[in-house]
Design a protein around this ligand. Structure first.
Ligand code: SF4
Length: 62
């Protein structure tokens, strides 16, 4: 699974980076996800972080 943060939607609330720092980090005022496949053990937390984004800025792909 991959995760992509839409920089046009992210409001920089830091929630995803707080919930799943293995995958999401803040780059300036916006969040970014690690490129490429998320390690299997981090997938549940990454999905939880994506679901918790208040503006739906995190898209996941298989
Ligand atoms: S939770 Fe959503 S709005 Fe908040 S920093 Fe992450 S991507 Fe941006």
């Amino acid at each position: 699974m991959k995760a992509i943060v839409d920089p046009n939607l992210c409001i920089g609330c830091t929630q995803c980076a707080g919930l799943c720092p293995e995958v999401f980090s803040m780059e300036g005022t916006l969040a970014v996800a690690i490129p490429g496949d998320i390690p299997g053990e981090d997938v549940p937390q990454a999905v939880a972080a994506a679901d918790s984004c208040p503006v739906g800025a995190i898209r996941t792909e298989p």
